[in-house]
Design a protein around this ligand. Structure first.
Ligand code: HEM
Length: 329
């Protein structure tokens, strides 16, 4: 059997399975001071643990950042991405996650520290965005405040993850629709795609553009800079779908290089390159390329917005004691 990533010509872009807990983004219900009396050490404990992870391997920042996206796009930011299932039907088992999601053990380690300090208080759904923020800051990226008070969900579905997480083969319209379902705009789509300034990808999501474009054997995606095609072919020979490549040319530095690359037809995914195909998103990319700080501040704002998607608050959900399972098993 091939890599789990290989089988997916296109991930589904509709969100038919999505259970929308709030029809709009639920900003008002979260608060930065949510744990100020129940776990006053929260922020410093998370920050210290993330600093340890980054010191050991700065590359893990990409995995920790991506985790927030993969959690929030499926059933909202409810830590559903962390749940295990006995029969391999949880989000972790879906193509967008299987074999590529990283940072799960790091989240569990942070949870263990927090359970020791403030037992039963801090939700896994709040740990994910705190860790994502601290990871970005630890590698020199922008910072933002993380409103807190999310509760953990009970359900994690492979089918929902497949339906809700966009595919690297998606075109502009598919991406816009996918983001709109969770209340995110075209500007959010562009800014959040800028997360691809760090981390790495397997070759699998890129292979189709190099060897089998539009399903034709030997066809190459004509929208990629030909010299970049040669580079990618060296890094990703046929049948080497599990090789790893950097997401942009300034590998590991949180900056606007991803957009410089995209503008030069050197985006690695169709979903990156397609951001050039619409006048409005192209205009945003041009602004980012000429004014790097425009990206950093707007990326931060979009992360906060993404962290508010369909959150469970109040008495909904629970605070899991173990992020990998619900409290009643
Ligand atoms: C716009 C739609 C998006 C698509 C289609 C997409 C797709 C992908 C794919 C296919 C990978 C490579 C996975 C692998 O093979 O290892 C990846 C990596 C990554 N994505 Fe996205 N992504 C999107 C948006 C986002 C967003 C919104 C974020 C976060 C805000 C994000 C953060 C990342 C990061 C940091 C990595 C590197 C992961 C690592 O180093 O382990 N992506 N993405």
């Amino acid at each position: 059997m091939g890599s789990p990533l290989q089988g997916s010509r296109r991930w589904f872009s509709t969100a038919g399975f999505l259970v929308v807990m709030c029809t709009a983004i639920c900003t008002a219900q979260l608060s930065e001071s949510f744990y100020s009396t129940t776990c006053p050490q929260l922020l410093s404990l998370v920050q210290a643990k993330v600093a340890e992870f980054i010191t050991a391997d700065s590359g893990i920042a990409g995995g920790l950042l991506r985790l927030q996206f993969h959690d929030c796009f499926v059933r909202g930011c409810d830590a559903s991405v962390l749940l295990d299932s006995p029969d391999n039907t949880s989000e972790k088992d879906a193509v967008p996650n299987l074999g590529s999601v990283r940072g799960l053990s790091e989240i569990n380690q942070v949870k263990a520290v927090l359970e020791a300090a403030c037992p039963g208080v801090v939700s896994c759904a709040d740990i994910i965005p705190l860790v994502a923020r601290d990871a970005v800051v630890a590698i020199g990226g922008p910072t933002w405040s993380v409103p807190l008070g999310r509760r953990d969900g009970f359900i994690s579905s492979k089918a929902e993850a497949l339906a809700s997480i966009p595919s690297p083969n998606d075109n502009f319209g598919q991406l816009v629709r996918n983001f709109a379902v969770v209340g995110l705009s075209v500007q959010d789509l562009v800014m959040l795609s800028g997360a691809h300034t760090i981390g790495r990808s397997h070759c699998a999501p890129v292979m189709r553009r190099l060897y089998n474009f539009t399903g034709i054997a030997g066809a190459i995606d004509p929208s990629i800079d030909p010299s970049f095609v040669s580079t990618l072919m060296l890094l990703c020979p046929q049948n080497q779908a599990r090789n790893l490549i950097a997401m942009d040319a300034s590998n590991g530095t949180f900056d606007n290089t991803f957009f410089v690359d995209v503008l030069a037809n050197r985006g690695i995914f169709t979903s990156d390159s397609t951001l050039l195909s619409n006048p409005f998103s192209l205009q945003i990319i041009n602004s980012i390329v000429t004014t790097p700080t425009f990206f950093l501040s707007n990326f931060a704002a979009a992360m906060v917005k993404m962290g508010n998607i369909n959150v469970l608050t109040g008495s909904a959900g629970e605070v899991r004691l173990d992020c990998t399972k619900t409290n009643n098993g």
